[in-house]
Write a protein that binds this ligand. Structure first.
Ligand SMILES: [Zn+2]
Length: 464
């Protein structure tokens, strides 16, 4: 029997989203228009032209994309999510002895939960389906709960793994306080005990939370701690992440102590590998591009922070060169104080243009999706629309002001516009429908975040 005339002969699936411009972000950068994707058990089972998908599959639910773009959900490759509610407190700190360190020192589990929940709602509404915190959540359970409550993917690791936290006080004093550093490990032994404490999360089938190995980095780790983390990640098959090369002057001072380029040194020591990701890398010399690419080291690019460093001098960003050399590059907000998540593509264009080598719109889209996934070791599961992958995707409105349909990467990944986000799916489940977050009362999430921030500001003496 011909499957076209007999629906019983078709394969069944849970959902088909059809009549869209499907931007797959696969290796061939394919776009299907009019295109469709078919979903079963939370995974993508087909991507292609409408007619082909309709011919092969019979769906329990069909969703008409009405000519809008369907793209993989964006992933924020790096955010200190517990500090999201601290967006506008810096001004209050001016002229006082209160620092961001005091804010972090005072964070309680309910504050971290409120902050992450607010971020999760904002992410979904901006077309993000996941985010990565690099080990700056004091109570990971408080943030992990947000994944199921809101329906977003979260990658996290152990809190503040470092054995030389005091170095931060000398170099980045505005980030620390006694109360904050009191929550850090005091020595190598205490730091090593924290390593791998979150990996149990990876055992949960279909779980939205995944863990990796992370240390704080930026010279706050001894060579012993760095090696222990590198080895544990290698042995357990997860990513190893650390901050590196944020402030160029600090990076240079570190190299002076070492008597060598940090990248060359790590290469000689065998500590560059395809399971390693460095966050920032605002100073990269031409020969280091090749070394990083040869070792397939992932790079998390925080474009706003990078522009700050371009202003301070000493920065040599080479994100376009790294991307083109085959290094996995993901884009990240770090702590989005001066912008919303949907401005990240614009900021990446601005930062790479300021550095003299702009990425193309397609490259920006890749760095927001498959590139970001690769920096946390999830490129086999998410980041593109391909059969076998988890169904994390966004359906945009065809009628949005920027959505001409001529250049989907520009219109959706660079020109930030959360207003064009119609539906967002994570694990094949609708988490945003017609612009509204499905699993929570947005007003209540915002109110809880504001209450947490007000109470915290009062506790550290910023407000009466
Ligand atoms: Zn950071």
């Amino acid at each position: 029997m011909d499957p076209q005339t007999n629906p019983q002969a078709k394969e069944s699936c849970d959902l088909i989203v059809h009549n869209g411009i499907v931007v797959a972000v696969d290796a061939a950068d394919r776009i299907f228009s009019p295109g469709a994707i078919a979903i079963r058990d939370g995974r993508i089972i087909a991507v292609g032209r409408d007619a082909e998908v309709a011919q092969r599959f019979h769906a329990a639910e069909r969703l008409d994309a009405s000519g809008g773009v369907i793209h993989p959900g964006f992933i924020d490759a790096h955010i200190h999510v517990s500090q999201y509610t601290a967006r506008s407190v810096i001004t209050l700190m001016e002229g006082t002895t209160v620092t961001q360190g005091h804010w972090k020192g005072e964070l309680r589990p309910n504050d971290e939960h409120a902050s992450a929940k607010l971020a999760a709602v904002d992410y979904l509404k901006c077309g993000y389906t996941g985010f990565v915190d690099p080990g700056t959540i004091f109570e990971p359970d408080a943030v992990a709960a947000v994944a199921d409550e809101i329906g977003i993917r979260i990658w996290l690791t152990d809190p503040y793994v470092a054995d030389r936290g005091d170095i931060l006080r000398a170099e980045l004093g505005y980030l620390v306080s006694d109360s904050f550093l009191a929550r850090w490990p005091r020595n190598l032994d205490e730091a090593t005990k924290r390593l791998g404490g979150q990996l149990f999360r990876n055992a949960r089938a279909n779980g939205l939370v995944r863990a990796f190995i992370g240390i704080f980095g930026e010279d706050t780790d001894s060579p012993e701690l760095n090696r222990a983390a590198f080895e544990m990640a290698r042995q357990t098959g997860v990513r190893f992440q650390k901050h590196l090369g944020y402030v160029p002057a600090t990076h240079l001072a570190h190299e002076q102590k070492l008597g060598d380029s940090i990248i060359r040194h790590l290469d000689k020591e065998g500590l560059l590998a395809s399971h390693v990701t460095f966050i920032h890398m605002n100073l990269v010399r031409p020969d280091e591009v090749d070394t990083l690419a040869r070792n397939q080291v992932g790079i998390v690019w925080c474009p706003y922070s990078q522009m700050q460093m371009l202003g301070r001098g000493g920065a040599e960003p080479r994100m376009a060169a790294l991307h083109r050399a085959g290094t996995p590059v993901g884009i990240a907000s770090d702590i989005p104080r001066t912008h919303n998540f949907d401005a990240l593509g614009t900021l990446a264009m601005a930062a790479s243009s300021a550095a003299g080598d702009p990425l193309t719109f397609k490259e920006i889209l890749r760095a927001l999706t498959i590139g970001a996934a690769a920096t946390v070791g999830a490129e086999g599961e998410v980041g593109s629309l391909e059969p076998g992958k988890l169904a994390d995707f966004v359906v945009r409105a065809a009628t949005s002001s920027q959505g001409f349909g001529f250049d989907p990467p520009l219109e959706n990944a660079v020109i930030g516009n959360s207003q064009s986000v119609r539906h967002v799916f994570v694990n094949g489940v609708a988490r945003v429908r017609d612009g509204d977050v499905v699993q929570c009362d947005e007003g209540a999430v915002v109110a809880a975040a504001h209450a947490s921030a007000r109470a915290l500001a009062a506790r550290i003496g910023l407000t009466a």
